[in-house]
Design a protein around this ligand. Structure first.
Ligand code: ACO
Length: 334
């Protein structure tokens, strides 16, 4: 807090998104695993998901979303000081943000990945804001992008019905008035085992008495009921905390923009907070759960449809593996 420069606030001035063109609907999915459109739709609200072909890189998907955001903000790639890529599914474990920088031609930008699963966008928003509040950077691109179809067990009907691929991005700029009104971030590693994409090392002898582990990442495992319980309880709490910090009440909120995990979670959180359904942004019927991409992807659709207007107050919350969760309250535009 003490480092915040007087008069240096942030504004979110552009957004963009990208998704693979190929999609798989629930009917098609029921030919892959023992499920039905009725089961998936009533339990999750999901009707279809976009899936990336083998030739699609995460970097290209992320760069497409970023291009839309940079254009909407009226900037060019060389104006960008920092690129933050929130993802759990990089093209390269060393990081993918630098590839995005190269694809954008954002030659001045420093670029790095940030991993916080489905909370990645909210964690990234708060991280980006710190760089601006301290006066270090002026123009930041924050991207949430994930290709979870590469990490789903397509024989596990409890998880494969939930996820899809996509990318969303925003441009965050220094601004006289601070449009980030409040936030709260949380983690609880004691519940890490509820949702994992674990590396499994196989023992390998290098010499007679020296052993290392070389293996592969294993597909997503999830305890759905525990994750549901966690989200329905913790998300309203963290939203209330962020609103308190913003000195706002529920009535001041124009839009509830949650991580698009499951319509039942969206409904439960809105119900608990007394937010009417018409203020709840939802696009998961079309995309499923796109992890770090889901919030900026949904924001971009609402902004481009003219529903979210400059000055609207949005409360957003991400939650997921880690476990991690967080909320931020911001006003759209300068
Ligand atoms: N189709 C048909 N039947 C299914 C399916 C499916 N796709 N998946 C599970 N079932 C069956 C189960 O096998 C079980 O059958 P059984 O009683 O004969 O054993 C039955 O349905 C009930 O299973 P539950 O796991 O208890 O189903 P539940 O009502 O909890 O719904 C769901 C599962 C939708 C995953 C729910 O737990 C949920 O929404 N959890 C939150 C998960 C989530 O959103 N995760 C992502 C958030 S975090 C992040 O974004 C990474």
């Amino acid at each position: 807090m003490a480092l915040k420069q007087p008069g240096v606030g942030i504004a979110i001035t552009g957004c963009g998104s990208a998704a693979p063109t190929a999609f798989l609907d629930n009917q098609q999915l029921s030919q892959i695993v023992d499920t039905s459109d009725e089961w998936i739709a009533t339990r999750t609200g999901i009707r279809q998901r976009r899936l990336a072909p083998p030739t699609q890189s995460l970097a290209t998907l992320a760069a497409q979303a970023a291009q839309g955001a940079i254009a909407m903000a009226g900037l060019s790639p060389t104006d960008i000081d920092l690129i933050l890529l929130a993802t759990s599914t990089p093209d390269d474990l060393f990081g993918t943000a630098c590839r995005v920088q190269a694809e954008l031609g954002a030659a001045r930008a420093v670029a790095f990945d940030l991993t916080a699963a489905c909370s990645g966008f909210v964690f990234g928003l708060v991280t980006a804001a710190q760089f601006i509040h301290t006066g270090v950077y002026q123009n930041i691109v924050l991207i949430g992008a994930d290709i979870l179809s590469r990490w789903v067990d397509w024989s596990d009907r409890r998880t494969c019905v939930l996820f899809g691929d996509g990318a969303g991005a925003v441009v965050i700029q220094a601004n006289g008035r601070d449009r980030l009104l409040g936030f709260e971030l949380r983690s609880d590693g004691t519940q890490n085992h509820y949702l994992n994409l674990n590396y499994q090392p196989d023992p390998k002898h290098l010499t007679d008495d020296l052993e290392i582990g070389q293996g592969t990442f294993q597909p997503i495992t999830m305890n759905g009921q525990e994750v549901y319980r966690f989200a329905a309880r913790r998300v309203p709490e963290v939203i209330e905390k962020a609103l308190f910090r913003a000195n706002l009440s529920i009535e001041d909120v124009d839009w509830l923009l949650l991580h698009q995990a499951n319509q039942r979670i969206l409904d439960a959180v809105a119900d608990r907070l007394n937010i009417p359904p018409e203020k709840v942004i939802s696009n998961l019927a079309k995309y499923g759960n796109t992890s770090a991409a889901s919030i900026p992807l949904a924001l971009d659709e609402e902004v481009r449809q003219g529903k979210v207007q400059v000055g609207d107050t949005i409360v957003t919350s991400g939650f997921g593996a880690g476990l991690t969760w967080g909320a931020a309250v911001f006003q759209w535009g300068r």
